[in-house]
Design a protein around this ligand. Structure first.
Ligand code: FAD
Length: 116
């Protein structure tokens, strides 16, 4: 039981890290195709998230707060908000979304001119 909880928490931390880092790299001015791609990613993330109970909880949250894909900042703020909804439901501290700016740095160059 404890091992299961540890594995679930590890998966959660890794997943949130990727989720928020993807938002932090989303374009400021996305094309319609990029917006569709992000919506699809979020939809499939919800659908395929390996912890079934978590996926079901998150599906309800995302239904209530539809994905925002108009810009990087809209997407990052949305992701922070829905993660906070999960935090709340688990009795965790709420993250200050005004601090999301540089929090998720993948170490990647901004525009491909520099090396990753
Ligand atoms: P995490 O919540 O994993 O967060 C990792 C780090 O992200 C934090 O240390 C902090 O630096 C930062 N952070 C925290 N909040 C935010 C935010 N709002 N925005 C941006 N960054 C933030 N576990 C369950 O037991 N039951 C569930 O139903 C469940 N559902 C989940 C659904 C999803 C989609 C995911 C990805 C995970 C779910 N989890 C669930 C796992 C849970 O959310 C945590 O990942 C896990 O409990 C480990 O928590 P943590 O305290 O290490 O921080």
């Amino acid at each position: 039981k404890l091992a299961n909880e540890t594995a679930k928490a590890d998966l959660g931390r890794a997943s949130w890290k990727l989720f928020h880092t993807i938002m932090s790299r989303f374009p400021d001015h996305p094309s319609p195709d990029e917006r569709t791609a992000l919506k699809s990613y979020i939809h499939l993330f919800v659908r395929l998230y390996p912890c079934g109970e978590c996926a079901e909880h998150f599906r309800v949250i995302v239904e209530k707060f539809p994905p925002q894909t108009s810009s990087r900042s809209a997407a990052a703020t949305w992701a922070c908000h829905v993660h906070n909804e999960v935090n709340r439901s688990l009795g965790k501290a709420v993250f200050d979304c005004s601090k999301i700016g540089d929090f998720y740095d993948c170490g990647c160059a901004e525009d491909g001119k520099e090396e990753k």
